[in-house]
Design a protein around this ligand. Structure first.
Ligand code: ATP
Length: 248
């Protein structure tokens, strides 16, 4: 598969202390990578470097990213003075832009809300508009910085299903920053763990079809990832069954 993102020896700092201390990372076309790490480990800084949004940082290294990339943040960042459809197609060219916008809204199950104002939507609906706005551009790379962090647990699960469906349909490379170990395991093909600006693990998830094998793999990954994040768990302890949501 084609490499879409190529990062080599990436270094970033804001003050004397390095925030990214030599990152090497490849992401292939269609690959879904979750980025986990303790607070302050440099996750958002890495994502912002990929999105070219880190002008206040200094550093060095090699960065290859596709031109067609979209970013989703924890807050939907919709323009309050524009209706939902106009938010989705903002900056799009072409005579079919409204049609494409409507299609994207249908994909996130918001048909009929095209003419609503952002304030009329719930947080989860606003985040779905943000997803539609990203995907209508058919990005080769989707960068997502804790996009579900502010949502309630049920909405979050719905968003997981939706994101998985959309990524299967459109095959963008995805880099998802999250604190949620379960979210990372459920969604990603690979989980990359950052600690103090360095990659300390790069794990292929490889979940089997639903069944015992999958549950065992899930629990083993939870245990391994939480240990990497400095949280020791007892893998035999039913409290950490795969039904339990665990956040670092
Ligand atoms: N614009 C900035 N100016 C100065 N320091 C910054 C800036 N942005 C980030 N930092 C510092 O860089 C470090 C890493 O921040 P970053 O936001 O990348 O971490 P993170 O892993 O995403 O954390 P969290 O999970 O809490 O969001 C932190 O110590 C932070 O204070």
């Amino acid at each position: 598969m084609t490499v879409v993102v190529r990062v080599r020896d990436l270094v970033r700092r804001f003050t004397q202390k390095g925030v990214l201390n030599g990152i090497d990372l490849d992401i292939r076309q269609g690959e879904f990578v979750a980025l986990l790490g303790r607070s302050g480990s440099g996750k958002s800084t890495l994502l912002r470097a990929l999105a070219d949004l880190d002008h206040e940082a200094v550093g060095s290294g090699e960065l290859l990213v596709p031109e067609r990339l979209s970013v989703v943040f924890q807050d939907a960042r919709l323009l309050p003075w524009k209706r939902v459809l106009d938010n989705v197609i903002l900056g799009l060219d072409g005579p079919d832009r409204r049609h494409r916008g409507r299609e994207a809204l249908a994909e996130v199950e918001l048909s009929g809300r095209e003419q609503s104002w952002p304030y009329e939507l719930s947080g989860g609906e606003q985040q779905r508009v943000a997803l539609a706005r990203s995907l209508v551009r058919r990005p080769a790379l989707l960068l997502a910085d804790e996009p579900f962090g502010a949502l309630d647990a049920l909405t979050r699960i719905r968003m997981h299903v939706l994101l998985r469906r959309l990524s299967a349909a459109h095959h963008p490379a995805v880099l998802l920053v999250t604190h949620d170990v379960d979210e990372a395991i459920e969604l990603a093909d690979r989980v990359v763990v950052l600690d103090d600006g360095r990659i300390v693990a790069d794990i292929t998830v490889g979940l089997a079809a639903p069944g015992v094998e999958r549950r065992e793999r899930f629990a083993a990954l939870q245990h391994e990832l939480l240990a990497l994040l400095g949280v020791e768990t007892d893998p035999e302890n039913s409290r950490y069954s795969s039904n339990e949501r665990i956040s670092a």
